[in-house]
Design a protein. Structure first.
Length: 118
């Protein structure tokens, strides 16, 4: 075995052994699969999503959650862009709503209570 070290059995420098998988073979399989999946989804994807939504809403929500990013930042700069006068009007409206009891008595907002949409 002139291509291998006699003691360790390792290939000598400059020898690749059997050459392994042909270059690009795995990438080609991967891209073929993605293209096939994309074509199939274009044909039946919306219908399949509608069926899952109607027949198993819990699974539908799991699917949505699985494709969303684990973390995203939601920034709301509306208060920063308001002038002093606008902020005063905004606070006055909040105080007015609070004094009238708006939003109070909403048992569906209490943590731990379930409310039905229908």
């Amino acid at each position: 075995m002139p291509n291998q070290d006699e003691k360790s059995g390792q290939f000598l420098p400059g020898n690749r052994g059997n050459g392994g998988r042909r270059k690009g073979a795995r990438n080609r399989l991967h891209s073929d699969f993605i293209v096939g999946l994309q074509e199939h989804f274009a044909e039946v994807g919306k219908t399949a999503i509608d069926i899952v939504f109607k027949e198993s809403p819990k699974e539908y929500l799991k699917i949505i959650a699985s494709v969303l990013p684990k973390e995203f930042i939601l920034e709301d700069g509306r208060l920063e862009s308001m002038g002093d006068e606008e902020l005063e009007q905004y606070l006055a409206e909040i105080r007015r709503l609070k004094s009238t009891g708006a939003g109070q008595g909403r048992s569906d907002l209490i943590e731990g209570k379930k409310s039905s949409l229908n």
